[in-house]
Structure formats: C-alpha cells, structure tokens
Ligand binder design. Structure first.
Ligand code: DAT
Length: 180
C-alpha cells in the first residue's frame, strides 16, 4: 500500500468492499472504533434515506439510485475521514478514495455465513459464484488505480484483526505524510 496521492483532505477516505458476507461491515466498524474515521454503511443509508427506486423481487435487494447516493455523500467525502462500506464500487467518483480494500473469502467459509443470514439458496449461489469469479475485485480494478487497491483475506477472526491493524497503520502513515 503506497501513499502516492495527497489530496486536500486531512483524513483519508477508505472504501471497504467485497461480496456480501466477506466482512465489510464488521471490518468497517472495528476500523472506525480503532481510528477517528467515520463508518458509512451505504446499504443502511440507502434504506434510511430512500436512495433507491424500489425493491427488486428477483434479486431480493433495493434498486440503488446511484446519483442520489453520490449527491448524499459528496460533501461528506470531500471533508475526508470516512470508511465507506458497500458491495458495489463502480459508481462512486474515483477521486473520493485514497484506499480501496477488497475483502476475499473462500467459498466454503462464505457459504455458511450467507446461510446464517437466511438468504435464499438462489441468492447464496449468486453471491458465492460472484466471489469465485472475483467480480468485485475486477470491478474495483476497472474503477480505481491499481496502487490504491488492496486485496485482503477475510476467512478467520485472525485475518479480520490483522486486516484492521494493517489498514489502521496505513491511515496513520497517510496522515503523517500529509502533515510533512
Ligand atoms: P458484509 O458486511 O461483507 O456483508 P459482515 O461484516 O456482515 O459482512 O459479516 C458477515 C458475517 O460473517 C458476520 O456474522 C461476521 C462474520 N465474519 C465476517 N468476516 C469474518 C472473518 N474474517 N472471520 C470470522 N467471521 C467473520
């Protein structure tokens, strides 16, 4: 992870992404607790502020209004200091993020996590297949510079702890470099 770009914000914005169940929300909460960064759960925001065009029965999720989400977050992201947690990456402005974390989970570990959420078998299958096909990692690579993307394993609690610590240290270094 490098700190090559130094935008005007004083605290970095970090995107935590990955297939549902890979641990985005857990990691974002832990990272937020370990730093002064604010956790923004985009899925919750979409529901709370109705930033959607209704419910998609086929895919069992809200149809996100991407323009409304970007409008809602623009000022917040310009101020910096955010951990954004979402499974879609390709509609945010590239300039918002200083680091993009893509969490990866083995299918044998992901499957029971999604089962525990009472997802339908169709939805479990779609998500596990997307993880095997590394759809979100590819989307991230198509949307952000390679040097700000980091792919982290999220299979175990030890992985989670190490990931939080690694990104916390990265954020600390980012701030130090910014002050020099
Ligand atoms: P996401 O926000 O990506 O959908 P989550 O943070 O809600 O995922 O996690 C889904 C479940 O899996 C939750 O019960 C916590 C557990 N989990 C996530 N990452 C883990 C890890 N690295 N080790 C053990 N359990 C994990």
């Amino acid at each position: 992870m490098t700190n090559t770009q130094l935008p005007t914000r004083r605290l970095p914005n970090i995107l935590i992404t990955g297939t549902p169940g890979t641990g985005k929300t857990t990691m974002s909460e832990l990272l937020s607790a370990a730093t002064s960064l604010q956790h923004i759960n985009v899925g919750d925001l979409v529901k709370e502020k109705s930033l959607h065009e209704g419910w998609d029965d086929e895919f069992q999720c809200y149809i996100v209004d991407e323009d409304k989400v970007c409008d809602e977050l623009e000022d917040i992201m310009n101020r910096g200091g955010n951990v954004v947690d979402f499974h879609t990456v390709d509609f945010f402005p590239e300039r918002w993020f200083d680091l993009v974390v893509v969490l990866r989970t083995e299918n044998g570990v992901l499957f029971p996590r999604l089962e525990a959420r009472q997802y339908s078998s169709k939805k479990i299958e779609e998500n596990v297949t997307a993880e095997i096909m590394q759809v979100i990692l590819e989307d991230a690579r198509n949307s952000y510079r390679e040097d700000i993307i980091v792919e982290l394993s999220s299979n175990t609690v030890e992985d989670m702890e190490a990931n939080v610590e690694q990104v916390r240290e990265w954020a600390e270094e980012w701030v130090k470099a910014r002050m020099q």
